[in-house]
Design a protein around this ligand. Structure first.
Ligand SMILES: *Cc1c(COP(=O)(O)O)cnc(C)c1O
Length: 377
């Protein structure tokens, strides 16, 4: 609690300091590539039926290091430096967060240790190599399900044992307060930029905002500036894995129940005794049995609709976006693409709809999986 309270206090002071915001905004522009592009994908949209919607992609895959994770990593990196902490520790699933933290550590002259489950280290090898090239120490976690859940546990253990020198740079809008709020705030530019970009391009707000949900950071970033706009439907694509009926999935909002995980009360996948379930998703970044508390709240209030998307549908989304537009999405982001395919196929898109889809990251890390699953090599 002492460590969390210290962080909360430091964060509140930083947010109130214009110099902090100025430095963050400046680096996002000069080093990360913000604002990221927003553009139409008419050839992909044409695949969505006879009266296709207008589809815009928010290109977080074009941010430095290839996903939205860098927005939060940079914000918290600057916060750590301000708190006098010279060392960053982080968990990672798909490796995109670990790469982002290792990058920020190098940029700011901090040292960096990343914990990664053995299953994830194996299936996202390119990102393990990237982290090591960036000077980070990668510790592979062999306990439990050997995925992100155990990587979080090890990161917290490390943090509390060296809290004087170390900041725990949590990667999603989940975990104990104040992390869900901090991460949400640092991802806010995704939706804020997209809102003004789409108003410029279309002269109106979108009918749908679609994003994939792991812990919830890219989704909250994309959704948050639209929450007060009642006419904008918010859809969260969750990992349905091999199908909800198989139990091999990670769809915490669609199929979970309220409970406690990693210091927050939210929807999660658990058995009758509150034991956390083992999850499955083809996308390592969605393979987490919980989801952040704010998305849980938005789901409860009816503002957000979660949509379960299977591995197969995500893989189809990946291929169709590549073939039609020359963009290879991360398997996580491909769930949002699959969600749009699903919506169109169920005939739920009214003619003339405008869709904003958050493309959270690029697919380079997933080439081995795509090759195997789609028989490409
Ligand atoms: C980590 C990751 C996600 C899932 O995390 P959220 O916190 O839910 O955004 C989604 N897409 C990509 C590309 C990722 O790297």
């Amino acid at each position: 609690m002492a460590a969390l309270l210290e962080l909360e206090h430091a964060y509140d002071l930083a947010r109130a300091d214009p110099a902090f915001t100025r430095e963050l905004t400046g680096l996002l522009r000069t080093r990360i590539g913000r604002p990221t592009l927003l553009h139409q994908v008419p050839r992909f949209a044409a695949r969505l039926g006879a009266a296709p919607p207008t589809v815009y992609l928010k290109r977080e895959d074009m941010a430095h290091t290839g996903s939205h994770k860098i927005n939060n990593a940079l914000g918290q990196g600057l916060l750590a430096r301000r708190m006098g902490k010279r060392r960053l520790v982080a968990e990672t699933g798909a490796g995109q967060h670990g790469v982002a933290v290792a990058t920020v550590a190098a940029m700011l002259g901090l040292s960096c240790t990343v914990y990664m489950g053995a299953v994830d280290a194996e299936r996202q090898r390119p990102n393990v190599i990237r982290m090591r090239l960036l000077g980070a120490e990668v510790r592979v976690v062999e306990t439990g399900s050997r995925r992100i859940k155990e990587a979080i546990t090890e990161s917290v253990r490390d943090w509390v044992s060296q809290v004087d020198t170390t900041h725990y740079l949590l990667g999603s809008a989940a975990g104990p307060a104040p992390y869900p709020r901090i991460v949400r705030d640092f991802q806010y530019p995704i939706g804020a930029e997209a809102r003004s970009q789409i108003l410029t391009a279309e002269g109106r707000l979108p009918d749908y905002v679609i994003a994939c949900i792991g812990g919830g950071s890219n989704a909250l970033g994309a959704f948050r500036p639209f929450v007060a706009d009642a006419g904008v439907r918010l859809l969260g694509a969750e990992a349905a894995g091999r199908g909800l009926h198989t139990g091999a999935h990670a769809a915490s909002l669609s199929a979970g129940s309220p409970g406690e995980i990693d210091g927050s009360f939210s929807y999660l996948l658990q058995d009758d005794d509150g034991q956390i379930a083992t999850t499955h998703s083809v996308a390592a970044g969605l393979d987490y049995p919980g989801v952040g508390p704010e998305l849980s709240y938005l789901e409860d209030s009816g503002r957000l609709s979660s949509v379960p998307i299977t591995d197969d549908l995500a893989l189809r989304g990946m291929r169709e976006l590549g073939h039609s537009e020359g963009i290879i999405p991360a398997l996580e982001s491909a769930h949002a693409v699959g969600c749009l395919l699903d919506l169109a196929e169920r005939g739920e898109l009214a003619a003339g709809s405008v869709v904003l889809l958050c493309l959270s990251g690029r697919g380079d890390k997933d080439l081995d999986i795509a090759a195997r699953e789609l028989g490409l090599f």
